[in-house]
Every structure is written in structure tokens, then in C-alpha cells.
Design a protein around this ligand. Structure first.
Ligand SMILES: C[S@@+](CC[C@H](N)C(=O)[O-])C[C@H]1O[C@@H](n2cnc3c(N)ncnc32)[C@H](O)[C@@H]1O
Length: 323
């Protein structure tokens, strides 16, 4: 692991390596990182954003966490000896409790969630996320917990699988893919690898979308289901505002509309008060807006997408906790 020279002259081992942090400058700007603040990177990955935040801290503190044990091991190796940093193995949904237990809830100046999978997860065929290259059909971000994708495929009926592909992948040919999976199972050759699943979908979908591998939506749907990504995000968003100090910032990067819709809705709901009757001139405390959205969803520049095609579907939303 190579150490990175920070802008403030320090150096540490959190480095983007092959993984380029998406919209990194905008994230740091959106979080308005203060040298003495408390920051939480809830999705460490390979520490690209964490590194950029840490570089701006002097007496400040950084908590990083991830559900992937490999990411956590990377964080421990890179940041474990930096007294300003704390590393946790935690899911997004567990983070509020962890912060509460550490006495940090309500004190966070900047909270970042960069959703989805990291490049190291996607690029390692053994993790089972990618349809390029082949490996066991696993897709668990935390391989020590939950059900691998192959077992899920084995367990679901055609109806259930089609519904899952439609819901999480917006796959229009969900039924045909589900039937092909079931047919392979009944023929005694169940799909067990990423290569087999990619080949099966390629065979079934005669009219793939130009420029997109026909299995893209199927893989996305399975990944979201295996990791309960939307449930995780909902649980996180429900408590995120409580974690922030007044003036603290929340920044979330999402990569598909199912995520972004949730982030947008959560920010919008926390930013408004329902219509008050004229007899109630000032909203009671519990009804006051708790967040102020800062700008609209922001997308990476054409140049960033050219340099890092994985950024192409990213949307960054930032909001500030009101007093
Ligand atoms: C896009 S990468 C983050 C990259 C990181 N910002 C960087 O610059 O290196 C997403 C990371 O979030 C983690 N992750 C996704 N969903 C999670 C969840 N529900 N709880 C905790 N970590 C999660 C993944 O394991 C992955 O490491």
C-alpha cells in the first residue's frame, strides 16, 4: 500500500490505489471540512474520500467504517496508527447505534456515504460481483454474513426471482431470465458462477441495450438483494440527521435511481414542515425543518466520467443540519 502525501504535508496509507474516489473535491467542499471537526466516512472502501478528509484535519477526528472486512483491514493498516482515526466494521444501518454508544451521536460535523460497491470488490472475480471474468456467484460485501447470490438463485421460485429482477434491476425481461435460471436448475446444472449467469442472460436477452452488457440489470438486482442495500440505506437515512451536530453536513453519493430517490426523499422530508394552520404562527420544535438541502443533486463532470467511467451514474446530494 502506498502512502499518500496530503495537501497539509502529512502522509498516511489510505490511498485510492486502483479505486478513484468519485467527485472527491466536491465531497470535501460539500462537507465543509474543518480542521478541528468530527467526520464520519460510513463507506470507507479504499479510503479515497477518507484520505481527502483526513488531509484537512489537524486536531479533528475521523471515524471510518465499512461492512466489508477487506475494506476494514485496509483501513486498519492505513489509519490504525493515526491517533485521529477510529476504524469500525459496521453496516450503514448499525452506524447510528455505534456512534451513540461512542457518545458521538449529535456531534458529527460531516457524514459521508458513498454507496454501492468499490472497484476492488468489482475487480476481484473471487468476490462474485462482476460479469467480466468468472468466479463464485457470491456478491456479499461481508462474506461472513448472509446468503451468497448463488444460494438465493437456488432458493427463489420463478415468480419471486422475476419480481426481484424487476424491482431491483428494473429488468424488463425479468420473467425470461428467471425462467432460464429455473430451467438450468431443473436440468441439474444450477448457475453457480458469475460467468455462467452472464452467459445465460446473454443467451436469453436477444436484444440487449446498446453499450450495456445484457446481464448488467440482473447483476445489479442480485447484488442489491443479497446485501439488502435499500433496507440498509433506509435505516441509515432515518437516523442520519440525529447524528449531525447543528451545521453538520450530510453527503451521499448514489449510483442508481432506486438509491437516489430515497436520498432525495429523505432530505426533502427533513427539510420541510407540513402546512401549519394560521393559528400556529411558529412551528413547534418537533415540526421545524431539520435539514437544509444544499443545491440539487450534482453529477460528475464529463472530464471525470472520461477519466473514471464508473462515476458516470453518480449523483451527490448534500444537506446541512439546521439548529
Ligand atoms: C463506492 S465504495 C466507497 C469508496 C470510498 N468512498 C473510497 O473513496 O474509496 C462503497 C463501499 O461501501 C461499502 N458499503 C456498501 N454498502 C454498505 C453498507 N450498507 N454498510 C457499510 N458499508 C457499505 C462497500 O463495502 C464499499 O467498500
Amino acid at each position: 500500500m502506498s502512502a499518500v502525501q496530503c495537501r497539509n504535508g502529512g502522509s498516511h496509507g489510505a490511498s485510492p490505489e486502483k479505486h478513484r474516489p468519485v467527485m472527491c473535491a466536491r465531497v470535501v467542499e460539500g462537507l465543509a471540512v474543518r480542521p478541528d471537526g468530527l467526520y464520519v466516512d460510513a463507506t470507507y472502501g479504499r479510503g479515497g474520500h477518507a484520505c481527502a478528509i483526513l488531509c484537512r484535519l489537524t486536531s479533528g477526528r475521523l471515524v471510518v467504517s465499512d461492512r466489508d472486512p477487506e475494506a476494514v483491514a485496509h483501513a486498519r493498516a492505513a489509519l490504525g496508527r493515526d491517533g485521529r482515526c477510529t476504524v469500525w466494521h459496521a453496516r450503514l444501518s448499525e452506524l447510528p447505534e455505534r456512534l451513540e454508544a461512542a457518545g458521538l451521536a449529535g456531534k458529527v460535523d460531516g457524514l459521508l456515504a458513498d454507496l454501492g460497491v468499490s472497484s476492488p470488490q468489482l475487480d476481484d472475480p473471487a468476490r462474485g460481483f462482476a460479469f467480466r471474468g468468472t468466479g463464485p456467484l457470491d456478491m456479499r460485501m461481508d462474506p461472513s454474513a448472509g446468503e451468497p447470490a448463488a444460494d438465493l438463485l437456488h432458493r427463489l421460485s420463478v415468480r419471486e426471482l422475476a419480481a426481484l429482477l424487476r424491482r431491483f434491476g428494473e429488468e424488463r425481461s425479468a420473467r425470461r431470465v428467471a425462467e432460464a435460471v429455473a430451467a438450468a436448475r431443473e436440468a441439474g446444472t444450477p448457475v453457480r458462477t458469475t460467468g455462467e449467469l452472464a452467459a445465460l442472460v446473454e443467451e436469453v436477452l436477444a436484444w440487449p441495450e446498446p453499450g450495456r452488457h445484457p446481464a448488467t440489470r440482473t447483476f445489479q438486482a442480485l447484488r442489491i438483494a443479497v446485501n439488502d442495500e435499500l433496507g440498509e440505506l433506509d435505516a441509515f437515512l432515518e437516523r442520519a440527521v440525529d447524528l449531525l451536530a447543528p451545521g453538520g453536513r450530510l453527503a451521499v453519493i448514489s449510483f442508481h435511481s432506486l438509491e437516489d430517490r430515497r436520498v432525495k426523499r429523505a432530505i426533502r422530508n427533513a427539510s420541510r414542515v407540513g402546512d401549519l394552520p394560521p393559528s400556529v404562527p411558529v412551528a413547534p420544535a418537533g415540526l421545524r425543518p431539520r435539514l437544509k438541502p444544499l443545491g440539487r443533486g450534482e453529477r460528475p463532470t464529463a472530464q471525470e466520467v472520461a477519466e473514471n467511467p464508473r462515476a458516470r451514474s453518480a449523483v451527490l446530494r448534500v444537506a446541512e443540519r439546521l439548529p
